[in-house]
Design a protein around this ligand. Structure first.
Ligand code: NAD
Length: 484
């Protein structure tokens, strides 16, 4: 194994786990590269105790001083870009340029966190003569972040810099499929000067997650993953009276109108459906083709043909994921859809044991087909044809999910009409992956997100803090009034 058995990171130290382990695979070639602890509830308890011990010191450290740690952390992410992105590629299977982009987003989020002293400066007002009210963001205490496999570096960093900058201490429970990046993040935070116990990593699966939801010492739980688990975590954490924000899966529709710019639309849609092997919650999954767009579909297929597994297309995460994705394609074909480009049974020379699916474009998908409704999470695009904009909108609106939706057109009026009516938290106009850049926050609607607030940007401040309101009077001669 390239990496020795992983340890948990508790109280500033890597701690061996004496229990069950799971093999960690490199999906590019199917090799086993490490093993990860499947930690139990007692390990979560140890991490909570370590975080709780440090919380009074960290939360009372002035925010500008906390920011100095994250300035250094930001620079360490940049300095170690090559190694961090290679690690992402190795454990997740995405391409190196996608892995670099992921770490770049972690840097952007950290830069936003460094601006929090300015953004959270608080408010003060003399509410009556000699009486002042002030309001400030107070940290919640020990919080937890549970993350998925598809962005081993970026999704943990959606939560770590903001939550910690705001004075919280954290337990990260990364995906057991991509656990190594989390331990590198812990090392870099320590190197940046983060005090021991402020950030902890506990590896594991269901038992660790349930222990997080149940532990009375944890005050807030953020989760990113599938909708099925997002619902379980939201229900369990809130039933224990914790604050919870759980982001789920997605089924993103790109509505393409006949007047759309052909080249821009074809390249954006192809990149959106295939980027990160389609394993992005912002990936194009369904293209709703309105009216006569044959010429755009043709160009899209030409673009998709340029995407080659093992070259500019990474692997999917596992054998099971490959089987699941290919079954969706087979079922759609059986139900009468037409495969324009088929990525099934793809083998990359020299990496025959890797988990590759080639780009797949399926035409004449009907809205009632399984592939049109469910999240496929692979490089697969379903084209659903319709003859007018309102039908296209109702197809988008009838999805359970609501992460992202885009429209491709050169008509400002139609773009506005669709953007206003689409039922999704993140909207694109002529953009295939409408991820908001900082300080704009990230979060979907409907079954793509449970709980108030978004996970990044300004909205996350509300999630990671509670408001303290202080009213002060020092001069005894101040007049009394109805509120005295
Ligand atoms: P997942 O739901 O299987 O796992 C996410 C986390 O939950 C992992 O840490 C895992 O260990 C844990 N987990 C898994 N099963 C559990 C259970 N039964 N009980 C408690 N915990 C459990 O998700 P994944 O396969 O790692 O990630 C892919 C999913 O994440 C996709 O659905 C994708 O759309 C979604 N995602 C959403 C966003 C977003 O912003 N909305 C971002 C990234 C990924």
């Amino acid at each position: 194994m390239k990496y020795s058995a992983l340890k948990n990171f508790i109280g500033g130290e890597f701690v061996s786990y004496d229990g069950e382990f799971l093999d960690v695979q490199c999906p590019l070639d199917g090799s086993t590269i490490s093993s990860v602890p499947i930690s139990n509830a007692e390990t979560i308890n140890q991490a909570v105790l370590a975080a709780k011990k440090t919380f009074p010191i960290w939360s009372s450290t002035p925010i500008k001083e906390r920011a100095t740690v994250f300035y250094r952390y930001r620079n360490l992410l940049e300095k170690n870009m090559t190694e961090l992105s290679e690690l992402v590629q190795e454990e997740n299977g995405k391409t190196i340029s996608e892995s670099i982009a992921e770490v770049e987003k972690s840097i952007e989020v950290t830069e936003f966190a460094c601006s929090l002293p300015q953004i959270t400066a608080g408010e003060v007002l003399e509410v009556s003569k000699g009486v002042e009210c002030r309001i400030e963001n107070s940290p919640l205490g020990v919080v937890a972040s549970i993350t998925p496999f598809n962005f081993p570096n970026m999704v943990p960093n959606w939560t770590i810099p903001n939550a910690l900058m705001l004075g919280n201490c954290m337990i990260l429970k990364p995906s057991e499929l991509v656990p190594i990046s989390a331990n590198r993040i812990a090392e870099l935070l320590k190197e940046a000067g983060l005090p021991d116990g402020v950030f902890n990593v506990v590896h594991g699966g269901k038992e660790a997650v349930e222990a997080i939801c149940d532990h009375p010492g944890i005050h807030a739980v953020s989760f990113v993953g599938s909708t099925k688990v997002a619902k379980l975590v939201y229900a369990r954490a809130t039933s224990k009276f914790k604050r919870a924000l759980t982001l789920g899966g997605a089924k993103n529709h790109l509505i393409v109108l006949p007047d759309a710019n052909v080249g821009m639309t074809a390249s954006n849609v192809a990149a959106s459906m295939s980027g990160c092997a389609g394993q992005r919650c912002m990936a194009a999954s369904a293209m709703v083709a309105v009216g006569e767009v044959e010429h755009i579909i043709q160009e899209l297929v030409n673009e998709a043909k340029k995407i080659i597994p093992g070259k500019n297309l990474g692997s999917v995460i596992s054998e099971q994921a490959k089987d699941r994705i290919e079954n969706y394609i087979t079922e759609a074909e059986r139900d009468g859809a037409k495969i324009l480009l088929d990525g099934r049974n793809y083998k990359v020379q020299g990496k025959e044991n890797g988990f590759y699916v080639g780009p797949t474009v399926i035409d004449y998908v009907k809205p009632e087909m399984k592939i049109a409704k469910e999240e496929v999470f692979g490089p697969v695009l379903s084209i659903i044809r319709t003859d007018n904009v309102d039908n296209a909108l109702s197809i988008q609106q009838s999805s359970f999910y609501g992460n992202a939706a885009s429209v491709f057109t050169q008509s400002g009026g139609l773009a506005k009409y669709i953007a206003e009516r689409a039922s999704a938290g993140m909207i694109g106009v002529n953009i295939g992956v409408p991820v908001p850049r900082e300080p704009f926050s990230f979060g979907g609607w409907n079954e793509s997100k449970f709980g108030a607030c978004d996970i990044t940007g300004k909205s996350s401040i509300e999630f990671w803090t509670k408001l303290k309101k202080t009213t002060v009077k020092w001069n005894p001669e101040a007049k009394t009034n109805w509120m005295s």
